[in-house]
Write a protein that binds this ligand. Structure first.
Ligand SMILES: NC(=O)c1ccc[n+]([C@@H]2O[C@H](COP(=O)([O-])OP(=O)(O)OC[C@H]3O[C@@H](n4cnc5c(N)ncnc54)[C@H](O)[C@@H]3O)[C@@H](O)[C@H]2O)c1
Ligand SMILES: [Fe+2]
Length: 892
């Protein structure tokens, strides 16, 4: 697991293999690398074939059978822990027997405890809330490379994890630990096969030839390469072009901050650094100590049995262990401290635990020191650090010398120091107040997942920084069931309607009221009417609203509210006034919000970025419409003109608290305003009814609104003083408003917004030009459907038919739809509404010039999001062109 694996064996393997790069072969067997007999490779093919067959059989086993196999393997491994430890020492010539036993226990007992309740077969997770099911499948045939440092524990661990995941596994052990691997496998296989593990699921290819390793790397029968080794074998495995998981070497720094528990830290590090004589990749390699406690820490180390190396001894050690270029001397690995000293040419007391090597604090000198690298021997570098930033820099430097992605540790009571260390060091594991060697394996000093495969992240050539376990050895399929989000129907808390409804103002408690209106309404005496009905005498008036109100007007309004500090706003007027009042309340209550942040476009209102306030209102808003069209008195929208553009604020926090729909106030509307706003209301109903957000709730409102408008609007035209007709229109506009407040509108509005702003055409009038065209457009078979989970079958034509049947009758859906479309045509004609932009006085040349921009503006309009079919840009151009010359609805 340490770098030594590479330097000692896999490095050589890497070089050998690099020289014999076989040509890529898509055939069932890879091409024969030079230097290896066909016969030997044929034997390897047989091993792989058996593994593949076993994998197929393994896939048929259920969770219970798999868990029985895992349990049998773990039990056998535990019983053989000491035997395997003995063999490992005997074969590799290094390490500590007692610690190798511990490693074998971690690889069996700890692992099986961790795996006990884990699901690894079939459905392993059901997320009912998100409607997602996860199904685990095996990978197939794993090729495992195992290191000389943990020659039995890594084999036990990988074999058990492979069984848990129903994968067949082929081991390629370190050439220095073949017997250890073979014996471990034999112990496990016997136990596992006795309880049903398929034959061939657990095999060893003991051949030391590097060509064979490379042959296996490229073998088409091998599905996954799982390497534990040094950087060269990791790079080689990653270059094999197969999925894999490679974990590389470590070079763990550990930092003792002056707030640490020093005696505790020293014992921890001694436990860890002597563990298996340090032949384990997460072991501490360099200890950084704050200047103010350096002497104390060093004394404590010495008191506990460490030996401080002299400069000369450091030189001898370096010469012995690292004297031979970049290769580590095998004889230096994993020996007791006294033995290592003796082999290096000096002597220390026989029971010495570790050798401390003082290293320079200067970063440049430190970077070139031979003992900065990983030392798989009981040798610990010591660096004196003047401050925390320096200590962190040293830790980073250490990891950059072969330990990126692996492990580091910090001892401190100061949480800020731990946070800084964790944020700065690029290692997959950062252990706090715990030893690294035993700690990183998981389950002993912490809740890390037990493993012998420590992911080193992309820094170390791995796809993960996790402690690798069964989850990374599965193909997990996500079965994602269709999810239709819930919908809503939100309305103001109170709506009062019919003639005289304005009297309800008398019931409102308030101290200070502000009436928001425009000059025309004030001139008509509307303000006085309101004032006379309010309970308070503190009534202020803001009558500066202009049609299509701009940001400046809103700002002035807010300033006025700040001065008067009202608890009630009464907005009386057309859509322009109501919208202005909604925006004024928003920015008065939340001066920190910015219009531009709240009007960010969105694809899905539930996921949008605009961050509207969620707090309850401090000011109540009463909306009293004097036109019958916009529905603004109940809607969550407010349109604000910003420079040349119209921006829409949309959020339910904008909905007025009370709507008072009193038709008496609409009697004074001039004919043009009456008709334009009436057609706007009809367009709301006919767009909301086919919207992708339409629901039975909104449909009900659309149908009734349309029925009332078709009937009442001609009557109002004939007799503007007809209160019954005015009442129907007032109610219809509010009903349509309730519908589009929840279902929203569509492409008709997108076109009207663009054209209206560009050519200064009243909103309702522009809607009227496009209404017949958009009805026909939505009733056709769409070129492109709108992706919307709540709108599956394309039902816009049926929805028109349903509404048509209620309003106009008809014996079949096509007939009802035809009657509706004809009814729209007839109404527009009866009202004398302009039927084309041309008729509205738009110049042809000007129109053609504006067309590309118009089309793009309309395309980007939010209203399109809820249209039943997705309008293509070229279709929008077409609709605009037809709107220019005027078009008639075909009978459908
Ligand atoms: N918030 C929404 O949900 C929503 C929906 C659609 C449209 N709008 C917006 O509403 C505005 C259009 O509103 P509108 O159609 O009500 O027109 P409007 O408020 O702009 O009023 C048009 C004109 O009619 C006058 N007027 C209003 N009521 C009158 C009455 N009873 N008697 C005599 N004159 C009267 C006004 O003083 C104004 O001069 C646009 O800015 C549009 O973008 C908002
Ligand atoms: Fe509208």
């Amino acid at each position: 697991m340490g770098k030594s694996d590479v330097d000692v064996r896999p490095a050589a393997a890497a070089e050998a293999v690099a020289k014999h790069e076989p040509p890529p072969s898509p055939a069932t067997s890879p091409a024969t690398p030079a230097g290896t007999t066909d016969e030997r490779l044929h034997e390897v093919d047989v091993v792989v074939d058996r593994a593949a067959e076993a994998a197929r059989a393994f896939r048929l086993l259920d969770q219970q059978q798999v868990d029985a196999i895992v349990a049998a393997m773990a039990r056998a491994g535990i019983r053989a822990a000491a035997e395997l430890a003995t063999l490992a020492i005997e074969e590799t010539g290094f390490g500590v027997f007692e610690d190798k036993v511990v490693k074998n226990y971690v690889a069996t007992e700890f692992l099986s405890d961790y795996l006990r309740d884990k699901r690894s077969v079939g459905v392993i997770e059901e997320d009912v809330e998100r409607n997602i099911v996860r199904v685990a499948e095996p990978i197939g045939v794993l090729l495992a490379i195992t290191p000389v440092t943990n020659p039995t524990s890594t084999v036990l661990y990988k074999a058990i994890v492979a069984a848990k995941t129903r994968n067949a596994i082929i081991f390629r052990p370190s050439p220095y630990a073949i017997r250890s691997c073979e014996r471990s496998v034999a112990v496990l296989r016997e136990a596992a096969e006795a309880v049903g593990m398929p034959l061939g699921a657990l095999q060893v290819v003991p051949d030391a030839a590097h060509d064979v390793t490379h042959y296996l790397f490229k073998h088409p029968g091998v599905d996954f390469i799982w390497v534990t080794g040094g950087p060269k074998i990791v790079a080689l495995a990653n270059a094999a072009g197969k999925p894999g998981l490679s974990v590389g070497p470590g070079n763990a720094p550990t930092y003792i901050h002056h707030t640490a528990d020093i005696p505790g830290a020293v014992v921890d590090i001694l436990i860890s650094k002597t563990f298996d004589a340090s032949v384990i990749c997460p072991a501490e390699q360099t200890c950084i100590v704050d200047d103010e406690v350096y002497d104390e820490v060093q004394d404590e180390f010495l008191r506990m049995g460490a030996h401080l190396l002299t400069g000369e001894q450091v030189g001898q050690l370096v010469q012995f262990a690292f004297g031979d270029g970049d290769k580590v001397n095998m004889a230096a690995l994993g020996q007791p401290a006294a033995e290592l000293a003796a082999r290096s040419g000096f002597s220390v007391p026989p029971l010495t635990k570790i050798l401390l090597a003082p290293l320079p604090a200067d970063l440049e000198q430190l970077a070139s020191h031979p003992l900065l690298q990983e030392k798989l021997m009981p040798v610990l570098g010591l660096v004196r650090s003047p401050d925390v930033p320096h200590a962190v820099q040293v830790a980073v430097l250490v990891t950059e010398h072969g330990g990126l992605g692996h492990t580091s540790a910090v001892y401190a009571r100061d949480a800020a120091v731990v946070d800084l260390f964790a944020a700065s060091v690029r290692t997959g594991r950062i252990l706090v107040n715990a030893p690294t060697a035993v700690g990183a394996l998981g389950g002993v000093y912490n809740n890390l997942t037990p493993t012998f495969s420590l992911g080193c992240g992309t820094w170390g050539g791995s796809v993960t920084t996790e402690n690798v376990n069964y989850e990374q050895l599965l193909n997990i399929k996500t079965v994602s069931h269709r999810r239709t989000p819930s919908q809503w129907f939100r309305v103001p808390s109170n709506t009062f309607f019919n003639a005289g409804a304005l009297d309800n103002l008398r019931d409102l408690d308030c101290e200070v009221a502000v009436v928001v209106t425009d000059a025309a309404n004030e001139a008509r005496g509307v303000t006085d009417m309101v004032r006379s009905k309010l309970r308070t005498s503190h009534v202020h008036v803001f009558s500066e609203v202009v049609p299509e109100p701009d940001e400046e007007t809103i700002r002035r309004g807010v300033a006025m509210l700040e001065k008067t500090q009202p608890d009630l706003l009464v907005a009386v007027g057309g859509g322009s006034v109501l919208d202005a009042a909604k925006a004024m309340r928003l920015f008065f209550e939340h001066p920190d919000r910015r219009l531009e942040d709240l009007t960010v476009p969105f694809l899905d209102p539930r996921k949008r970025m605009a961050d509207f306030p969620r707090e309850p209102h401090t000011v109540r808003l009463v909306a009293v419409p004097t036109t019958s069209g916009t529905g603004s008195e109940v809607s969550p929208a407010a349109v604000v003109t910003v420079g040349e553009r119209k921006e829409t604020l949309v959020d339910y926090c904008l909905v007025p608290d009370v709507a008072i729909v009193d038709p008496l106030l609409t009697l004074s509307m001039p004919e043009s305003v009456t008709l334009d706003s009436g057609i706007d209301a009809l367009t709301h109903a006919l767009e909301a009814v086919v919207s992708i957000f339409a629901s039975p709730y909104t449909d009900a409102f659309c149908v009734q609104a349309a029925r009332l408008i078709f009937d009442a609007l001609p009557r109002v035209l004939d007799d503007p003083a007809d209160l019954a007709a005015r009442t129907d229109m007032a109610n219809a506009a509010t009903l349509a408003g309730l519908a589009f407040s929840n279902a929203f509108v569509g492409t008709n509005h997108a076109l009207a917004h663009a054209v209206g702003a560009r050519f200064h055409i009243a909103h309702g009038r522009a809607n009227g030009v496009f209404l017949p065209l958009v009805l026909r457009y939505n009733a056709e078979l769409p070129t492109k459907f709108m992706p919307a989970p709540g709108y599956s079958a394309y039902i816009a034509p049926q929805k028109y038919a349903q509404l048509g049947r209620v309003v106009f009758g008809g014996s079949d859906p096509a007939e009802s739809r035809r009657r509706l479309f004809e009814g729209v045509e007839a109404l527009l004609d009866r009202l004398g509404m302009p039927r084309s932009l041309q008729e509205l006085g738009v110049d042809e040349q000007e129109f053609e010039q504006a067309l590309p921009t118009l089309a793009m503006t309309a395309f980007q309009d939010l209203s399109n999001r809820t249209n039943p079919r997705m309008p293509l840009l070229k279709e929008i151009v077409e609709l605009l062109r037809t709107g220019f010359v005027g078009g008639r609805v075909d009978a459908h």
